[in-house]
Design a protein around this ligand. Structure first.
Ligand SMILES: C[S@@+](CC[C@H](N)C(=O)[O-])C[C@H]1O[C@@H](n2cnc3c(N)ncnc32)[C@H](O)[C@@H]1O
Ligand code: SF4
Length: 413
């Protein structure tokens, strides 16, 4: 058990590093109706019986996770829950009831807790969405990607633009007030006009949160192979940068603040679960291939459904790997993740977490980046000015391995 037995606290794993208690839970549902051509997320196309067996294993894992970190008699509080995929909306009503009831039995959802479910347009019918609301889900995130039918087909999606718009409407009718949608930029043959049309219609739908992701060509996907063969007409870097600028301007005009490099929301509509990741805070995770971060250790579950199920049938957690994050690396992570946020990295939060001031650890790097105009500082926080989001990777690169390279004494390792 990683929680300190003697002190019964979460503080003992490093001398000065403070690990808060995890109050967030990620649950992975690794099923899809088909595989999109660009996607390397851990998801499988399976018969329904596999899903039912998975939900049973998942419930076992959730119990083991609660028992290990909090003890069998406790019902720890959660502030955020996120069901991602894959396609969580491929679970049927009975499966949803099973897993949601287990979560309520094991954990106490704090008042105002955020519970998000990722959904594919076209797989979210009114009855199912009503059921999700009844089970405590209060935020839904649709993978719309684009509202061009031609592009949807070209990236291997099953839904049409009409399905996507209908799903947004269905979610509202089911009672969801917090609806988000994902769009993708830089798709093969995508033009600025396609992006403009998608955003225009998204804004018209009244949605109050948008995630805009640049297409990443992932190894071992059809897109990776097609790119190697020269079959994909990808927009140029400049064209893609223009799409991104256009999205930023249009969503700002619609009253959505860019609170993270790829995320925009109306005030108060930020994804609280994702803020936990960007602030480098701890979280629990369950499901095949899921990653968690507890008491200074990152863990990764077995990806394959068979391996995952076998471990749980034997009554053990399906861990593939557990690594302790050295204190120096945790500080680098705090910078790289936090600088994705418009709020940047708070100096106070950095010191409270790592037991060192941000200036004493990263002063040299920060000063260099400020001189190049790539960072802003005001004594309380450090941030990337939005005009430089397009080159944010250059900024992150300065922090990768920075402490070990400089021979910085590893704190508490
Ligand atoms: C893990 S997917 C799950 C959501 C849901 N299954 C869907 O696709 O509708 C979450 C989001 O990641 C984004 N995504 C997935 N693969 C990507 C890639 N290779 N490049 C950029 N964005 C990607 C898509 O926008 C997708 O909506
Ligand atoms: S539906 Fe989502 S998770 Fe499934 S293959 Fe497509 S992008 Fe990946």
């Amino acid at each position: 058990m990683w929680r300190c037995r003697k002190k019964r606290s979460w503080r003992c794993c490093a001398l000065t590093e403070v690990h808060g208690e995890p109050r967030s839970l990620y649950v992975h549902i690794p099923f899809c109706a088909s595989k999109c051509f660009y996607c390397d997320f851990n998801s499988y196309v399976t018969p329904p019986a596999v899903r039912r067996a998975y939900v049973e294993q998942l419930n076992r894992e959730l119990t083991l996770v609660r028992d290990e970190y909090f003890g069998v008699h406790n019902r720890p509080p959660l502030d955020t829950v996120f069901f991602g995929g894959g396609t969580p909306t491929m679970l049927d009503a009975a499966e949803w009831r099973l897993v949601a009831e287990r979560i309520h039995e094991l954990f106490e959802l704090s008042s105002g807790a955020e519970w998000t479910v990722e959904a594919n347009p076209g797989t979210a019918e009114l009855n199912m969405l009503r059921q999700l609301c009844g089970l405590g889900v209060n935020r839904i995130s649709f993978g719309v990607q684009t509202l061009s039918d031609m592009l949807l087909q070209a990236i291997g999606r099953q839904h049409t633009a009409a399905d996507a718009l209908r799903s947004l409407d269905t979610a509202a009718r089911a009672g969801f007030t917090r609806v988000s949608l994902d769009v993708m930029l830089g798709l093969p043959d995508q033009t600025q006009a396609d992006v403009a049309d998608t955003l225009e219609r998204a804004v018209d739908s009244g949605v109050r949160h948008v995630s805009a992701y640049s297409l990443k060509i992932e190894e071992h996907t059809p897109f990776a192979e097609w790119e190697r063969r020269g079959w994909l007409q990808l927009p140029s870097e400049d064209a893609e940068a223009d799409m991104y600028e256009w999205v930023r301007a249009r969503l700002a005009q619609a009253g959505m603040r860019q609170y993270e490099i790829s995320n925009f929301s109306a005030p108060g509509e930020e994804a609280r679960h994702n803020l936990v990741y960007w602030r480098n805070e701890p979280y629990l995770a369950a499901g095949a291939g899921a990653h968690g971060y507890v008491a200074g250790r990152r863990y990764r579950n077995i990806r394959s459904l068979i391996g995952y199920g076998q471990r749980l049938s034997a009554g053990v957690r399906p861990l593939e790997e557990v690594v302790r994050v050295p204190a120096t690396e945790a500080m680098e992570d705090t910078m790289m993740l936090g600088l994705r946020l418009a709020e940047g990295v708070s100096a106070g939060r950095f010191e409270a977490r790592h037991g060192r001031t941000l200036g004493s650890v990263f002063g040299g790097i920060v000063d260099g980046l400020v001189q190049r105009g790539l960072l802003g500082v005001d004594g309380r926080r450090v941030w990337i000015p939005p005009a430089h989001y397009a080159v944010a990777n250059e900024v992150f690169a300065e922090f990768v391995g920075a402490l070990s390279d400089e021979g910085f004494p590893a704190v508490g390792s």
